[in-house]
Design a protein. Sequence first.
Length: 163
Amino acid sequence: MTYRVCFVCTGNICRSPMAESVFRARVAAAGLDGLVEVDSAGTGGWHEGDPADPRTVAVLQEHGYDGEHTARQFQPSWFSRLDLVIALDSGHLKVLRRLAPTEQDAAKVRLLRSYDPAASDDLEVPDPYYGGMDGFEECLEMVEAASEGLLAAVSEHVEGRAA
């Protein structure tokens, strides 16, 4: 049974596609392809159908990740097929929990940086959209740091399902 994870930010062109690409690479490196499905979406549909921001693509490719992406808007009906919905900041967390049809669905929503023990109380991944390339680099660093803990948590669930 496939474990499904969806990363969500505002427009699905910066943070969430970055997290999707990094986590998909971690899943593949861990040999969990086919057992874990990774995608992303935005809380809004402003960029639906657009590729990722060119700065996101540049940073991903510079660090050896895939930059292919098409933006889409998160739909509440997806909760039923998702195991984990990862918000990139507390605003996304609130929106997603409001969209959740049930309490069980709302419990699937978590902040990405909650999986990074070094993050302490600062669980926000700042939006790099209105800044320079350094913001995209910082975003990638935060995503990579949290992806290790997230992979450990997801692996535990996948192993539990296989048992």
